[in-house]
Design a protein around this ligand. Structure first.
Ligand SMILES: C[S@@+](CC[C@H](N)C(=O)[O-])C[C@H]1O[C@@H](n2cnc3c(N)ncnc32)[C@H](O)[C@@H]1O
Length: 243
């Protein structure tokens, strides 16, 4: 019996090793390193198990579990939404698919330069630039009363390979979101935005602090330890701050 067990275990081991070898075939060493990390990552496994479009869902879940940013009935703008995992979380939390008939139904609008596959409960502005005023006009039409309770941004520019340059680019994108927040956020609204740590963070922090009453830095566990990625959560505590 013991021998049968070990033979079956050996076979299984050989099968999974063969499957792995197939996955690695034809890949560059950098691609193999990326694949190895993905295969080991518990958040990647959990995102498959829970049908999230990517592992980043767990960053927003963690932020929201801790700080309760998303409430049923809220209107949410998800900037840089592709492939749509944050929007999946937002749809669940604000009840925009109307899954719970006892709760108010929210709205989720996602925007991305790329195509975002459709999602029940969300409106997507695919192939749209969040920083473009023409996008803002379309966004306003999709928001009830032209207002949002929450702006989420997990936006990131295509990495150039120059860390400082990418950092500065993302800070500029986040600064434009603060202007958008001034136009569309409800009194009491929140902005969650990703940035990469670096020398210009103080510019963003200062601008956020001048507009929002409360600003805090977050590094969710699902955000890789070796990444410069951080999030700001800014909340309007004084309803007269934004006009
Ligand atoms: C890390 S991904 C977002 C992942 C997303 N939060 C999710 O959970 O599926 C960053 C996205 O930002 C988008 N992006 C970058 N610059 C943008 C811009 N100016 N306007 C809209 N989207 C932008 C990229 O196309 C990319 O899809």
């Amino acid at each position: 019996m013991k021998t049968m067990w070990s033979v079956s275990l050996q076979r299984r081991h050989v099968h999974s090793s063969l499957r792995l070898m197939k996955k690695f075939k034809g890949k560059t060493p950098a691609e193999q390193r990326w694949l190895t990390r993905q295969l080991k990552d518990p958040y990647v496994k959990a995102s498959h198990a829970q049908n999230f479009r990517c592992r980043s869902a767990f960053k927003l879940l963690e932020i929201d579990d801790k700080l309760r940013v998303l409430q049923p009935g809220h209107s949410v703008v998800d900037c840089g939404a592709a492939p749509g995992a944050w929007s999946q979380v937002a749809v669940q939390r604000v009840n925009s698919a109307g899954t719970d008939s006892e709760l108010p139904r929210g709205t989720v609008v996602g925007i991305d330069l790329l195509n975002i596959p459709p999602l029940d409960g969300a409106h997507f502005l695919s192939n749209h630039d969040v920083t473009d005023p023409a996008t803002h006009a379309k966004l306003l039409e999709l928001l009830p009363n032209n207002r949002a309770h929450v702006i989420l941004s997990d936006m990131a520019p295509n990495a150039s390979g120059f860390r400082e340059l990418d950092h500065e680019k993302l800070i500029t994108m986040c600064l434009s979101l603060v202007d958008l927040a001034g136009k569309i956020l409800q009194p009491g609204g929140s902005l969650v935005c990703k940035y990469w740590d670096g020398i210009f963070v103080h510019k963003l922090q200062e601008k956020l602090s001048s507009v929002f009453g409360s600003v805090r830095t977050l590094k969710p566990n699902a955000s890789r330890k070796d990444s410069a990625e951080r999030y700001f959560l800014a909340r309007i505590v004084n309803k007269y701050r934004i006009i």
